[in-house]
Design a protein. Structure first.
Length: 303
């Protein structure tokens, strides 16, 4: 699609310094357009990651985040991120970030940073899957298709409005579940165009924020898949509850502009909640990051 761009992401993580009201530092950011009643949760995770990274000036890198989503965020509205400088140590640094909108806290996370040190390493193994060139893009998959609650707005958003090209294995769960209801899936992700510089972040920090941003779009899909649900399901309501992410190593320069593999699985489902986990891999199989997220999953009219 000629008009697709990754600028939605870089706009989301461009923060404006503000006067702190609760903690030590503050920034504001604006949630980006989407066709749902509430803002995309990845906006909050990535914006909080950017705020935390901008508070660390000694070269340590973000290695983990642990988040809770407490209230829905309004779309296109400013969120104030207050950063508490909990600890600055020689090896590790810890920050708390709270997001406020309309005077109420809607998001909170703890972020930890590491100086790094030499030693042996081990990482998970990437699954062997078809390459992205063998798979349809979301736009190609959705062309000529309709059904369920999908609207022209949601179709356009899935096709090209999320900053990243996403190619599923097996096929996506936009309008149905293709094949068996298996508790796993994978997708290749790549920005629609090269990521732009983000004021206040190094390119490496921007790339970490990119993983935090894109990871939330599909992390609950293996749970939907195993339950036989899809995004256009009548009566389906989902919401992010809590989120954890570990960054095992920095992306090589320029790697975030190319294809990355995101392998996911459903770990649990029940009680109106589902837990999904995922791993990001570079094309050479290097394990870059791990994600876990629990979400609310409800279908109106079902017991």
């Amino acid at each position: 699609m000629a008009d697709t761009t990754s600028e939605t992401f870089t706009t989301a993580v461009t923060l404006t310094p503000a006067t702190a009201e609760h903690f030590d530092l503050a920034f504001t950011a604006v949630t980006q357009p989407c066709p749902w009643p509430k803002a995309y949760g990845g906006d909050l995770v990535a914006q909080a990651a950017a705020a935390a990274m901008r508070s660390v000036e000694d070269g340590k890198t973000l290695h983990s985040m642990h988040s809770y989503f407490m209230r829905p965020a309004e779309i296109g509205k400013e969120v104030r991120y207050e950063v508490e400088l909990l600890r600055d140590g020689r090896g590790y640094t810890t920050r708390q970030v709270r997001g406020y909108q309309n005077g109420k806290a809607l998001y909170v996370c703890l972020a930890n940073f590491a100086a790094g040190e030499p030693g042996d390493s081990h990482h998970a193994t990437a699954p062997e899957l078809p390459g992205p060139d063998e798979l349809p893009s979301s736009a190609e998959y959705l062309a000529g298709r309709s059904g369920g609650t999908m609207t022209p707005g949601s179709k356009a958003y899935w096709s090209g409005g999320r900053s990243f090209d996403m190619r599923h294995v097996p096929g996506p769960v936009y309008l149905g579940v293709e094949g068996a209801r298996v508790p796993h899936q994978a997708l290749w992700v790549k920005p629609f165009d090269a990521l732009r510089p983000v004021e206040g972040l190094t390119d490496a920090q921007r790339d970490a924020a990119a993983l935090a941003y894109v990871c939330d779009y599909t992390i609950l899909e293996p749970v939907l898949r195993v339950l036989g649900l899809h995004w256009a399901q009548e009566g389906l309501v989902t919401a992010s509850l809590d989120h954890a992410m570990w960054f095992h190593r920095a992306l090589p320069p320029g790697a975030a502009d190319g294809w990355l593999l995101y392998a996911q699985q459903a770990d649990a489902a029940g009680g109106g909640r589902g837990l999904g986990s995922g791993r990001f891999f570079a094309p050479d199989g290097t394990h870059l990051a791990t994600v876990a997220q629990e979400g609310m999953i409800r279908v109106a009219g079902r017991p």
